[in-house]
Design a protein around this ligand. Structure first.
Ligand SMILES: [Zn+2]
Length: 279
């Protein structure tokens, strides 16, 4: 890598001109290795490259480490290149990014959640919202000040732009479609992971956490059930309840502004209004 940088990188090349031009190649390489060592460590820590072994130097007897990019590195590169101002270039790299995503998601021994994401991304792709739901959020994360400890943090970011109600609706309905197409066992596993995020969102808005905790305990038994909280117009208070997770997600995708109306477990009247907290 040091050799390559000294050969190709303008900064490294220019460094060894004028009064440094007498410095021998071997010394240049050593100095360069010292300079880039911590950067290479950063790339390993971030999960962008991995060490695959060691080999003897082509010239000399020292051992050098061999590194390899991981598929996600190519995905990030394709994503960066997809920002090209040339429409043809941009379209080419967007498609590359999509294909690399599918390759990673459908790899042998991938977790069940990947089966779901592969289907969801295919649907987003077919409906023309893959870039804004998947690639744009990755770029936003890269541009933000938030520290990224490992590339895996970027892998499952998928979201919809909240300022476009039609597209949000499309995204929600495609997500539900992808969920329903899963085998029952796979759906349970995916919902188990999803349920935690949905309930986490609800907890942050819960008005009566004491009762919500009890609903959480009741919903714990199955990923198909979800603890929610709403306002009962009869009891004039906040009431927690347990609903079907898939029904809740379906309700979100249609008329997100209108609350779900259900039977209040306290008074038995059809007066419990559950807000749809977008997920
Ligand atoms: Zn009530």
């Amino acid at each position: 890598m040091a050799n390559w940088l000294l050969d190709k990188n303008i900064d490294f090349k220019n460094y060894y001109t004028d009064d440094r031009s007498h410095i021998k190649k071997a010394t240049r390489v050593k100095n360069t290795i010292r300079k880039i060592k911590s950067k290479v460590d950063d790339l390993i820590r971030l999960g962008l490259i991995r060490k695959v072994g060691e080999t003897k130097e082509s010239k000399g007897t020292d051992m050098v480490s061999l590194f390899q990019f991981v598929p996600f590195t190519y995905l990030l590169l394709a994503n960066v290149r997809s920002r090209s101002p040339e429409p043809e270039q941009s379209a080419y790299w967007i498609e590359q990014a999509y294909n690399i995503y599918q390759e990673i998601l459908t790899a042998d021994n991938a977790p069940t959640i990947n089966v779901y994401y592969a289907r969801l991304y295919k649907k987003l792709w077919e409906h023309g919202i893959f870039v804004e739901c998947v690639l744009d959020p990755i770029n936003e994360a890269l541009m933000s000040d938030k520290e990224i400890k490992h590339v895996k943090e970027l892998f499952y970011i998928v979201k919809t732009r909240s300022d476009d109600a039609e597209k949000a609706k499309l995204y929600h309905s495609l997500r539900n479609e992808a969920l329903k197409e899963l085998e029952p066992d796979a759906r349970q596993r995916v919902l188990l992971l999803m349920k935690q995020d949905i309930e986490h969102n609800i907890i942050s808005r819960a008005r009566s956490l004491k009762y919500y905790e009890e609903a959480l305990l009741r919903s714990k038994e199955s990923p198909e059930s979800l603890a929610v909280e709403g306002y009962c117009e009869q009891c004039k208070t906040y009431v927690a309840a347990v609903v079907n997770t898939m029904e809740y997600l379906d309700a979100i995708s249609s008329l997100p502004e209108e609350p779900i109306i259900m039977i209040c477990p306290t008074c038995g009247k059809d007066s419990l209004l559950i807000p749809k907290i977008s997920y």
